[in-house]
Design a protein around this ligand. Structure first.
Ligand code: PEP
Ligand code: MN
Length: 337
């Protein structure tokens, strides 16, 4: 349920309305101060709320029920775009965020070289997997805690905030010093992990599941927000379809759609979406045009020898070329980069 308040309400009036509501009903209140309006979003047992009595309160302009099952994620709760700022770099808003790095962290020289190259190309964040979800148990599983340590060293050298994937709550303590925690496609509906990350408080990059609907994806984001963490970034990374020419099928329409339904930033991973290095540039351009807030691209210093996903990685030189195109195209769509 949404209460849009009258313009120019004071903090004291808002407080007293909140007390009125929580005193009568078993609801939690989410306050959003937008550019043009103040909104109270109610979640919980709203079925018992007497709409007419609430609408009759002095400072309430109108009351509406929210039909969608996601509430805190819903743009109706928070009309302005959410901007998640990490290490001084905003994700969301006018800025176009660029995250780049290898699929897996492998060695110190590898991650350092990639970090330096993607930074000089203009990336603001370094990605790298330390815990890897692999289809085969015989494939490289990642360096684990050692991989996180190598990412931290690369951050010390370059200043780039780091993004890495968590696969299980058992490893949570390894993520104390990680700037953005990625939840991969395969864990999008690991609800206990989502709840835990809601209380952990670090920004979460939530990838869309391989075969999940937009509503399921938004409900997973709702789990994180309902547990108290508002810093959620959504990542469209392609979905599974009948098509086999690409690794997945990039759902371009998900970008404007999710941005209409939700206030959360939406970024795109064209690397896992296509699995094909030369498709990364056109899909990046399409993502910018569709309104994405950023991009996450896999880059490896020596793709043929990569321990995971080498076939889809860009070389640092190829990433330079894609970055140059991003700098040309992003401003055309009103983005700074
Ligand atoms: C990754 O980012 O390396 C990864 C495993 O991605 P996804 O969860 O989208 O498959
Ligand atoms: Mn990968």
């Amino acid at each position: 349920m949404i209460l849009v308040l009258k313009p120019l309400v004071t903090d004291a009036e808002i407080d007293s309305l909140q007390n009125y509501l929580t005193g009568r009903y078993s609801v939690q209140i989410h306050l959003s101060r937008g550019v043009d309006s103040v909104i109270l979003g109610l979640v919980g047992d709203t079925a018992h709320v007497d709409i007419e009595a609430v609408a009759a309160q002095d400072i309430v302009e109108r009351v509406t029920r929210v039909g969608e099952p996601y509430k805190k994620v819903n743009r109706k709760f928070h009309p302005d775009d959410t901007i998640v700022t990490v290490g001084g770099f905003p994700i969301g808003g006018k800025q176009f965020a660029v995250i780049a790095g290898p699929c897996s962290v492998e060695t110190e020289p590898q991650i350092t070289e990639v970090a330096e190259r993607v930074k000089s190309a203009g990336a603001q964040f370094l990605r790298g997997g330390a815990y890897k979800p692999r289809t085969s148990p015989y494939s490289f599983q990642g360096l684990g805690a050692e991989g996180i340590d190598l990412l931290i060293k690369a951050r010390e050298k370059t200043g780039l905030p780091i993004v890495s994937e968590i696969m299980s709550s058992d490893a949570l303590h390894d993520f104390d010093d990680v700037d953005i925690i990625q939840v991969g496609a395969r864990n999008m509906q690991n609800f206990s992990l989502l709840k835990l990350l809601g209380t952990f408080g670090k920004p979460v990059l939530l990838k869309r599941g391989l075969a999940n609907t937009i509503e399921e994806w938004l409900m997973s984001a709702e789990y994180i927000m309902a547990s108290g963490n508002e810093n959620v970034i959504l990542c469209e990374r392609g979905i599974r379809t009948f098509e086999t020419a690409t690794r997945n099928t990039l759902d371009i329409s998900a970008i404007p759609l999710v941005k209409k339904l939700s206030h959360l930033p939406v970024i795109v991973d064209p690397t896992h979406a296509s699995g094909i290095p030369w498709l990364v540039e056109p899909l990046t351009m399409a993502s910018i045009a569709a309104g994405a807030d950023g991009i996450m691209i896999e880059v490896h210093n020596d793709p043929p020898r990569a321990l995971s996903d080498g076939a889809q990685a860009l070389t640092p030189d190829q990433f330079d070329a894609v970055s140059a195109r991003m700098r040309e195209v992003a401003p055309v769509f009103g983005r700074t980069i």
